[in-house]
Design a protein around this ligand. Structure first.
Ligand code: 3PG
Ligand code: MG
Length: 401
């Protein structure tokens, strides 16, 4: 999606204006402390830029799934400090995102100030995209900036409703995400290779169905590959697989064939008797998984094959690990292909884009995340985008332009 189709911060004179900025501060937390500040750090430039331009910045976000109730553990208050640290300036907090509390907190803002409002999802109307609730949010601002690509697959009041109500544009992170995604699947340099891994085919059917019509090569790994192999009559022993999806798997392979998309499945695999770090393991032909063993990674021949196929490509889009990357040594396949992608990217031969929670964790563990062209902050939204679906939050920005 070219960025000219929506407004950005550049489209507005924000000085002295109240700017409602939707961020995704739904970050991993443990005992009230943020364990991964990536989303905060990636959103900070938009807030800083608006504040520097003299806006009164009012930050909106959800956290967790409190289901319309005030759940103290899901308060955004613990985010004040990390956000302030990322911005290098103080952040005020209001105990509610609508009503007198919020209105009063906004009223006292001066140009350049930043205010964080309490969790939007403490009100059930947020997720219902309720009109009256959207009104209550909209009176707090003059301009709406959405910088929460990772929540753009939700048609909520703060992601969709507000864009219909106020002059609306994309923040810098939203812009960067859409630009990167456009380079990967919208208008890519070919050949394009997609790597899709993870445990289950069932969660990625739409994704695979869309990709085979768009990419030139599709590398399937993880538990999903077992379902595809089994569907072709290959025994997979005790491996994770979804037998009931055999038909669907074959249909996807047929669709790929018709679209001239080359599907790559493992030619050899690493098997072990149990799903456990350090479990005794061996490499076998992918057609020779013993009955009492399970496939936990791709083997060295598969790694070499995938690397050589990737070497011919100009664009890579990656979602999901190739093996049980969370337990060593079954991360080897994912790490090896990730390193090859990083190398090609560094040599300017490849545009590499990756997204999804597990994927990013795997690339970080492989120490290559910073070498990829772009790592999305989104999980579900990245997946839905790869599925070819319209993201309501993005669609609303385009309509508003
Ligand atoms: C995410 O973490 O994927 C986004 O913040 C969306 O959260 P949700 O899945 O609870 O809507
Ligand atoms: Mg989610």
């Amino acid at each position: 999606m070219p960025q000219t189709t929506f407004k950005t911060i550049d489209s507005f004179d924000v000085a002295g204006k109240r700017v409602l900025v939707r961020l995704d501060l739904n970050v991993p937390m443990k005992n009230g402390k943020v364990t991964d500040a990536t989303r905060i750090e990636r959103a900070a430039p938009t807030v800083r830029e608006l504040a520097d331009k003299g806006a009164k910045v009012i930050v909106l976000s959800h956290f967790g799934r409190p289901d319309g109730k005030r759940v103290p553990e899901m308060s955004l208050k613990p985010l004040v400090e990390p956000l302030s640290k990322a911005l290098g300036k103080p952040v005020a907090f209001a105990d509610d995102c609508i009503g007198t509390v919020a209105e009063e907190a906004v009223r006292v803002l001066k140009a350049g100030d930043v205010l964080l409002l309490e969790n939007l999802r403490f009100h059930k109307e947020e997720e219902k995209n309720d009109k009256a609730f959207t009104d209550k949010l909209s009176v707090l601002g003059d301009i709406y900036i959405n910088d929460a690509f990772s929540a753009a697959h939700r048609a909520h009041a703060s992601t969709e409703g507000l864009a219909n109500r106020l002059p609306a544009g994309a923040g810098r992170l939203m812009q960067a995400e859409l630009e990167a995604l456009d380079k990967a699947l919208g208008n890519p340099r070919r050949p394009v290779c997609a790597v899709v891994g993870g445990a289950k085919v069932s969660t990625k059917l739409d994704l695979l169905g869309n990709l085979v019509g768009k990419v030139d090569k599709l590398i399937i790994g993880g538990g999903m590959a077992n379902t595809f192999m089994q569907a072709q009559g290959i025994a997979v022993g005790k491996s994770l697989s979804e037998k009931d999806l055999a038909r669907t798997a074959l249909e996807i392979l047929e669709k790929a064939k018709a679209a001239k998309c080359k599907v790559l499945l493992p030619v050899d695999v690493v098997v072990a008797p149990e799903f456990k770090a350090g479990a005794p393991n061996k490499v076998v032909d992918s057609k020779a998984c013993p009955d009492d063993q399970m496939i936990l990674d791709i083997g060295p021949k598969s790694i070499a094959l995938y690397q050589s196929e990737l070497a011919e490509c100009a664009t890579l889009v990656w979602n999901g690990p190739l093996g049980a990357f969370e337990i060593k040594p079954f991360d080897a396949g994912t790490v090896a292909l990730a390193q090859a992608a990083a190398r090609q990217t560094t040599e300017k031969k490849l545009i590499s884009v990756a997204g999804g929670g597990d994927t990013v964790a795997a690339l970080e563990a492989a120490h290559v995340a910073d070498k990829f062209t772009y790592i999305s902050t989104a999980g579900g939204a990245f997946l839905e985008w790869m599925e070819g679906k319209t993201l309501p939050g993005v669609a609303a920005l385009i309509r508003a332009a």
